[in-house]
Ligand binder design. Structure first.
Ligand code: GCU
Length: 594
């Protein structure tokens, strides 16, 4: 009976499957074949491999990977004889010609595959910045927009036995309607910047699951196990040995089983980042995960972790590798950056301004660091443009789907420093609603701008203050306006019965440049600003934490001052070579008092 059921379901699935993008929850626990490694690439500034000379899409573009067969054949490209680079990896740091490059680069990877009956195969990308089209064996697998979230295409029916090739057209051109838009203060690293792999699943498989503490409860575990198909009556199983949980369920007509089970887990915290082994099985699929359990909430002007008031001792971090720069590709690089955060005494990291590598979130969780995770709705987004909202919404959904089981993520952020307007308010209100509709267990925030000043008082007034749990804002008194001394007398007006969090403050300093505190770009100037800013905010009721800008100097095309910036934003507490500046110790000492 079971075989007939699965067979019927497989037929149903075959017709249903092509119309949905899988979540592939916890992809690293699945049966995968890595495609990381050496890829050939072709630089194509005019998209000559995609459009003809009349700018019409080619039917026989570079994606066909053609070769001249006869002496008279005209083929004006050859992947196999062109350059190679290591994937994952941005192109900017692997080819000097591409350091500033914005445009299309084509990538090709040969691979062999042995078909297995009853299996589906997905081609998974951790991220490609910014848009991409993907072909397998010359047949289009799909396309994606958004530079920092994972996606996958079902390639079961376009793989062939034995030799295969995948071709990716990646393009990192900035456009007004994109998310982020034209202007941002980080390097526009392009290409296949995160892991690539084939993911093998049964025809019917566990596509998604959630295992967490219910909001405000610490004596039950709730969630769901969801198949890739609306198949009812399929047996699924949840095992959490450390909690004595071993329960079986049958899926409903949506292919989903929900649960709420009494349990009293040891709670995850920065001091005790305990993760439970969790095993989810069903429909011939088995997934192992490590999941922590914690509550995060606010009460008046306090933030509560597991019911206890906590001060978020944070630091902001960009996804940029220490020492070599470029996008982070290894857990070792994550450990180096997060190790510096732990040295500061942090219990919190703001992963700015876009979803970071999954390795970064998982490493933070293992090291006991809470995470602020953010989509790149940054500065002057086209808030009046519906496709731009759809894009931002899709990136928010993908970020929340990927990290829903990561207890370290305690804040979802929907924006950074976005200028006030009715269109912006509506755009962000809808994103805030999307967060609330999909996750009532985490805090919602965004980095607002300080919007008013009078009588030596800064005011934080933002339409979005009614939707967020934490009033967060960036402010650079003493760097962008005023002096570090002004912090000694500045007042603050933050009229909300909510915690406030300073998501950014800071100053630039060239590591090793010393002088008196009044000399801009010295380590002493930066240290003085840190000291005065921390004292200023510490005087204000409701100060619940901060993530100063920023852990490490990072590349930015907006920072041209020769001999000081040289296309680096110098607000890091650590230089890009890993040398700590004086302000590092100012922040560390402050956190010792918290
Ligand atoms: C802003 C912005 C950052 C930027 C920083 C700076 O607050 O959020 O992305 O790098 O200021 O000017 O250094």
């Amino acid at each position: 009976m079971k075989k007939i059921t699965l067979c019927i379901l497989s037929v149903l699935l075959f017709f249903w499957q092509g119309f949905s993008n899988p979540v592939l929850q916890n992809v690293y626990a699945r049966r995968t074949v890595t495609l990381n490694g050496t890829w050939n690439y072709i630089v194509d500034p005019l998209d000559n491999g995609y459009y003809d000379y009349r700018r019409q899409p080619l039917k026989n573009g570079f994606f066909e990977n053609r070769k001249a067969q006869a002496p008279g054949d005209l083929v004006e490209y050859n992947f196999d004889r062109d350059a190679t680079m290591t994937i994952p990896g941005d192109w900017n740091t692997q080819d000097d010609r591409l350091f500033f490059y914005e445009g299309t680069v084509w990538f090709k990877k040969d691979f062999t595959y042995t078909a297995k009956s009853g299996k589906r195969v997905f081609l998974y990308f951790g991220a490609v910045n910014y848009t991409c089209n993907v072909w397998v064996n010359g047949k289009e697998a799909g396309s994606h927009e958004g530079g920092f979230t994972p996606f996958a295409f079902d390639v079961t029916d376009i793989l062939q036995e034995g030799d295969n090739f995948v071709i990716v057209r990646a393009n990192n051109e900035r456009k007004p309607e994109n998310v982020p838009t034209l202007n941002f203060d980080w390097w526009n690293y392009g290409g296949i910047t995160r892991d690539v792999m084939l993911v093998e699943t049964p025809e019917i498989f566990i596509d998604d699951y959630l295992v967490q503490l219910p909001k405000g409860v610490n004596d039950a575990v709730e969630g769901y196990i969801r198949l890739n198909s609306p198949a009812a009556g399929i047996n699924v199983r949840l095992q959490i040995p450390g909690l004595g949980i071993d329960r079986q369920f049958f899926t409903n007509e949506k292919g989903e089983a929900t649960f709420r089970i009494g349990a009293k887990p040891d709670l995850w915290s920065p001091e005790s980042p305990y993760l439970y082994q969790v095993k989810v099985t069903g429909a011939g699929d088995t997934l192992l995960d490590r999941i922590g359990f914690r509550n995060i909430a606010t009460e008046g002007k306090s933030i509560l972790l597991n019911g206890e008031k906590i001060f978020l001792k944070g630091i902001s971090i960009h996804d940029e590798a220490p020492f070599r720069q470029g996008r982070i590709i290894s857990r070792e690089e994550c450990r180096i950056l997060l190790g510096w955060a732990k040295e500061l005494g942090c219990n919190f990291v703001r992963l700015a301004h876009y979803p970071h590598n999954e390795h970064m979130v998982r490493t933070a969780e293992e090291m006991g660091l809470m995470v602020w995770s953010e989509i790149p709705v940054y500065w002057t987004i086209r808030f009046d443009n519906p496709p731009t909202f759809e894009n931002a919404s899709a990136q928010l959904r993908a970020m929340m789907e990927r990290d829903k089981n990561r207890c370290a993520v305690v804040v979802w952020s929907v924006a950074n420093e976005t200028p006030h307007s009715p269109a912006r308010d509506a755009f962000l209100e809808n994103l805030a609603k999307q967060v609330r509709d999909n996750d009532n267990t985490r805090l919602l925030s965004m980095a607002m701008e300080v919007s008013g000043f009078s009588d030596n008082t800064n005011k934080v007034e933002d339409y979005m203050s009614r939707f967020v749990d934490i009033i967060s804002f960036n402010h650079y008194l003493g760097w962008y306006g005023g002096t570090p001394q002004d912090c000694k007398t500045r007042q603050w007006y933050i009229p909300y019965d909510k915690p406030f969090f300073v998501s950014e403050f800071g100053a630039g300093a060239l590591q090793g440049y010393h002088g008196d505190p009044g000399q801009r770009w010295t380590e002493e100037y930066q240290a003085e600003l840190y000291k005065n800013t921390l004292e200023m905010f510490d005087r204000v009721e409701g100060f619940a934490g901060t993530s100063p800008w920023i852990l490490m100097d990072f590349r930015s095309p907006r920072r041209q001052l020769p001999y000081i910036q040289d296309f680096f934003n110098r607000k890091g507490l650590v230089s890009e070579k890993g040398v700590k500046k004086a302000a590092f110790y100012v922040l560390k000492d402050f956190y010792l008092t918290k």
